[in-house]
Design a protein around this ligand. Structure first.
Ligand code: HXC
Length: 257
């Protein structure tokens, strides 16, 4: 696979996908979208990948959708090409994903981070949905996922004023799970990813599916969905192994079956 705007590396069961358009602060043009989606879907099909880490540079995770590419488009260009819709596929991969965010995560960059399952930020991270300042609104789910993550009060203020929030505020608001010093971000992200990738992949997929279900359904239906998957994990060899290992006071050796 040869990509021009991203780098893909494998570290054991962890895959690291790095946005690599430094001259544009990783602005997300259509080529970046196609490459990120294609690479992620390929990794998702690989049973030897247990977690996919998505990161950018120290200065920018991604400074948004590519403004220069979008600027001349008219309504029918956007509608007929269904602009940005391919990004939805990133939210549909089954392998757990982790966004490691340093620097700017603005507009589409913030939305891309929110499409991932776990969000880790460096203390230099800056989040926001500044589209309104360009005369547009979020287009990759920002108005929906930011609101679910941080609640109406902050989401509304961010989307209407375009103001950004720093890593500390993002953590307080519940957008990111943890903030780490910039120099430790990648190391910490890979450590978390290795931990996730060390779990049973099908069981991790079910845990992810179950958490994500809570955004789509009522509590009663969500709990029912969880209960069915909970019963289903007892069909896996990894459940037997995990529980035997506990009883035998040793580390489990999951086979992802
Ligand atoms: C295209 C971008 C870009 C973007 C930066 N660049 N962001 N190109 N699209 N979103 C380019 C700049 O034009 C510049 O190219 C180079 O990257 C370096 O950026 P600078 O502005 O010179 O860097 P700096 O002064 O450090 O400022 C960083 C910044 C600023 C604060 C992040 O770049 C910025 O405000 N960018 C736009 C952020 C934004 O509004 N994002 C939301 C996009 S809209 P040259 O060639 O001049 O060197 C979006 C909406 C999706 O995502 C849905 C709506 C339809």
């Amino acid at each position: 696979d040869s990509y021009e705007t991203i780098l893909v590396e494998r570290k054991g069961r962890v895959a690291l996908l790095t946005l690599n358009r430094p001259k544009a602060l990783n602005a997300l043009n259509l080529q970046v979208m196609r490459e990120v989606v294609a690479a992620t879907e390929a990794l998702d099909r690989d049973p030897d990948v247990g977690c996919i880490v998505l990161t950018g540079s120290a200065k920018a995770f991604a400074a948004g959708a590519d403004i220069k590419e979008m600027s001349p488009q008219n309504y029918l260009d956007m509608y007929l090409s269904d602009w940005f819709t391919a990004w939805d596929r990133l939210g549909q991969v089954r392998t757990p994903t982790l966004a490691a965010v340093s620097g700017y995560a603005l507009g589409g960059g913030c939305e891309l981070a929110m499409l991932c399952d776990i969000l880790l930020a460096s203390d230099t991270a800056v989040f926001g949905q500044p589209e309104i300042k360009l005369g547009v609104i979020p287009g990759i789910g920002g108005s929906q996922r930011l609101t679910r993550a941080v609640g109406k009060a902050k989401a509304m203020e961010l989307c209407l004023t375009g103001r950004t929030m720093d890593a500390e505020e993002a953590e307080r608001a519940g957008l990111v799970s943890r903030v780490v010093p910039a120099d430790d971000l990648l190391g910490e992200a890979l450590t978390v990813a290795e931990t996730v990738a060390g779990m049973s992949l099908p069981v991790a997929m079910m845990a992810k599916e179950s958490v994500n279900r809570s955004f789509e359904t009522t509590l009663t239906e969500g709990v029912r969905f969880e209960r069915r998957l909970f019963h289903a994990v007892f069909a896996t060899a990894d459940q037997k192994e995990g529980m035997s290992a506990f009883t035998e006071k040793r580390a489990p050796k999951f086979t992802h079956r």
